[in-house]
Ligand binder design. Structure first.
Ligand SMILES: [Zn+2]
Length: 269
């Protein structure tokens, strides 16, 4: 009997030691800078990073290190995942959380396709179940994984001013889902009120639906009219890529997102 007690004790001690070692390792990654080669790749593939205030660059690099340690990239349809792909995706994902405590705790896998991919969805309408195959450039599952088309993820980052970025979009869904629901209401920062957030986003979403229905173009992509969670994700895309236009067109949405991310991209470069 005692031998089992000793074995269980040893197991618990080994687990505790491993946990402590992981925590220390993660802390060291957070303080570690990227190599010159890695930094050059990040700046080439995600030009928006060059505009990030200098004071946040070190934090971003540390978070990129943790992200790359935590997340496994899996190439699909024969895609060979390269350092350029890993660094581009990690930099974009970490930019969203560079100045907050928010982290992708449940994310461990990113599936990468060379281009747009087919996705099968199941819809339930009463007793009727419909299966549909759609072509997508990105997908975010609650508690991971994220699925991305590399062609679109790469292009989305290279054109940093067009307001379209599939990586920002899918990682906005990941952030939204940390609250337990992907509904366009993420866990807010101290100082932000859920009632204020909902007031701003519900009215902005309704206005967007009306604009799309009447064919009136705005800073938000039309796709944002398909649901409050999609409106939040497209708003995150324009917050980082067209901050001045968003601030001008929808200052209340800009202000809420600035509070959520603790960032003010309209003042960058
Ligand atoms: Zn979406």
């Amino acid at each position: 009997m005692w031998i089992f007690v000793v074995l269980i004790g040893l197991g618990v001690a080994a687990f505790g030691l491993r946990l402590r070692w992981r925590q220390r390792f993660r802390k060291s990654l957070l303080t570690m800078a990227l190599t010159g080669h890695q930094r050059a790749i990040v700046e080439q593939y995600v030009p928006l990073i060059r505009k990030l205030p200098t004071a946040l660059r070190g934090t971003l690099e540390g978070k990129i290190n943790v992200f790359l340690d935590q997340v496994e990239f899996v190439g699909c349809l024969g895609l060979e995942v390269t350092d350029e792909m890993r660094l581009s995706i990690a930099a974009q994902a970490c930019l969203l959380v560079v100045n907050t405590e928010t982290w992708y705790d449940d994310l461990h896998t990113i599936l990468m396709y060379p281009g747009a991919f087919k996705s099968r969805t199941t819809e339930h309408h009463g007793d009727v179940v419909t299966e549909r195959e759609t072509v997508r450039v990105g997908e975010s599952w609650s508690r991971g994984p994220v699925v991305l088309s590399w062609a679109d993820a790469k292009q989305g980052a290279l054109d940093e001013e067009d307001g379209h970025n599939v990586v920002f979009h899918e990682f906005a869904h990941q952030i939204d889902n940390l609250s337990g629901h992907t509904d366009g209401v993420p866990v807010l920062n101290n100082g932000q009120q859920v009632a204020d957030w909902q007031h701003v986003f519900v009215s902005a979403f309704k206005r967007h639906v009306r604009n799309v229905e009447s064919g009136h173009p705005t800073v938000f992509a039309a796709y944002g009219a398909t649901g409050p969670e999609e409106f939040f994700a497209v708003a995150v895309e324009v917050f980082f890529e067209r901050p001045a236009a968003l601030k001008h067109e929808s200052p209340a949405v800009y202000q809420q997102l600035a509070g959520l991310f603790h960032l003010d991209p309209s003042a960058w470069g």
